[in-house]
Design a protein around this ligand. Structure first.
Ligand SMILES: C[S@@+](CC[C@H](N)C(=O)[O-])C[C@H]1O[C@@H](n2cnc3c(N)ncnc32)[C@H](O)[C@@H]1O
Length: 271
């Protein structure tokens, strides 16, 4: 069980985030990307992805065991809140105070136990039946070293029989889509249109997602930087950390991973 020292403090006027560092000290300045602080108020409106979110929650709930579960980069609780509604004891690591503030404002938001910090270090103790990062969040870690550190820390915190779940675009598919020059329609309502174009740099295994968000009264440009690795490279890194691939699917709905897959959802367990 996580030794939450004390991660469960309710939100108060003096402590609006109600989140702590793993050692109980005041939370550090955000170590994650600045886009989260800048756009926390809009994140759910632009990126709620109801269909994918439902499938993600179903998949993760099926993988969770009796011990608590941990989300890396918990954000505004898109996944964590519905998992908690299903009775799971959900913990999260997050770098952005603004995202946590949004999480706390939502019904049930104070039930999620959040540790502020860099999820590369998994800055909390205890063991978890399930650790996951959703929406490609693991690949926001800037380089291979940070990912390897994170995988090793997760391996230390997985309960026997536990699972780590990571999802990502397949790099080759990203390259094809980027070369086409056709932006992806991420979400569309009567009020907004969110388009994404990704620019890839194979020399550094990085890409930048450029989101252009058109709303009635203004247009905004949001950039998110990713460092990608291929599924095979991820498996090798996981093995180095003492984990092994258990299952790989082509999407959160459980579709098979095939030669045509553009996405993968990969489940790792202790070796
Ligand atoms: C794309 S959002 C996804 C949020 C949530 N997981 C979801 O699926 O809706 C990524 C989140 O991860 C956080 N994040 C990115 N890098 C981080 C890091 N190194 N440590 C902690 N949080 C990080 C960001 O602040 C942001 O809230």
């Amino acid at each position: 069980m996580p030794t939450s020292q004390d991660l469960t403090a309710p939100a108060t006027a003096t402590n609006p985030d109600a989140a702590h560092t793993g050692n109980g000290h005041p939370a550090p300045a955000a170590c994650g990307p600045g886009y989260a602080d800048a756009h926390a108020a809009d994140y759910d409106r632009w990126f709620s992805k109801p269909g994918i979110t439902g499938a993600t929650v179903d998949t993760l709930a099926n993988l969770a065991g009796d011990a608590p579960v941990l989300e890396l980069g918990v954000g505004t609780g898109r996944i964590a809140l519905p998992l908690a509604e299903r009775g799971l004891d959900v913990h999260g690591v997050e770098a952005s105070h603004a995202m946590i503030r949004r999480l706390r404002e939502k019904p049930g938001g104070t039930r999620i136990k959040v540790t502020m910090g860099d999820f590369a270090d998994v800055p909390l103790t205890g063991t978890f039946s399930l650790v996951y990062a959703a929406g490609g969040t693991f690949f926001e870690l800037a380089d291979r070293e940070a990912k390897q550190r994170c995988l090793a820390a997760v391996a230390d915190r997985l309960a026997p029989g536990g699972a780590l779940v990571l999802d990502s675009h397949v790099p080759e598919a990203l390259a094809v889509a980027a070369a086409s020059g056709v932006p992806e329609v991420v979400s569309e309502t009567d009020e907004h249109l969110v388009l994404c174009h990704r620019r890839i740099d194979p020399s550094t295994q990085t890409y930048r997602s450029h989101y252009v968000i058109h709303e009635t009264d203004r247009t905004r440009h949001l950039r998110i930087h990713f460092h990608y690795v291929s599924p095979g490279e991820l498996d090798l890194m996981a093995e180095r950390a003492g984990l092994r691939l258990i299952q790989r699917q082509g999407n959160w709905a459980g579709g098979p991973f095939t030669k045509d897959s553009t996405y993968h959802v990969s489940v790792y367990g202790p070796r």
